[in-house]
Design a protein around this ligand. Sequence first.
Ligand SMILES: [Zn+2]
Length: 204
Amino acid sequence: MFDAHAHKGDECSATALVCSSSEREYEALLDCPFRALGTIPEGGTDPDMAVLEKAASTGFHIGEIGLDRRYDGIPRQEEIFRTALEIARRYDRLAVIHSVRMNQRVLEIIREMGIHRFLMHGYTGSAEQASAFIREGGIISLSPRAERTRHFKALITLPFVTETDMRTGKEEEAALLAWNERLSALTGIDIAERTERMMKEALG
Ligand SMILES: [Zn+2]
């Protein structure tokens, strides 16, 4: 089983893409086999983009990065997001995208910049928009929160991967197992197997 988006718990996990919300986690993630360094607009402080660049050059993917309607300064958020996407592209890394009520804008930016290697983490938008991201080459990742949206039934007809967005460890493993079993029962597809296959390809 593979968790498409988790955060670091007490230890690294070899069965999760360990992501970060701040570039300050660089040192902490160095030992994780599948790691991504990012910065999301929750702190309000200006991230050090040079650290993101250093990370990309030393085997990190880039994320989570993105846009969040709950926070001010959308133009500044966009500037940081674009710079991070540019770094992901320059080093040919997967961009792990966090979007809160900004999916349309994210899609426009992805298209405008010609980004094709990305994952929409914790996706809860419509199936139509999900299909648009997939057409651009993106991966849709569903956490258990997706089941509480009105789009859930339509979303699970699309190819997607699964994530917990939890800290790696026993609880995260149990949550992922339950989530995969739930989705496999609903779709008749081995979701754990598919996620692992899609993620190995995306991270390779
Ligand atoms: Zn996260």
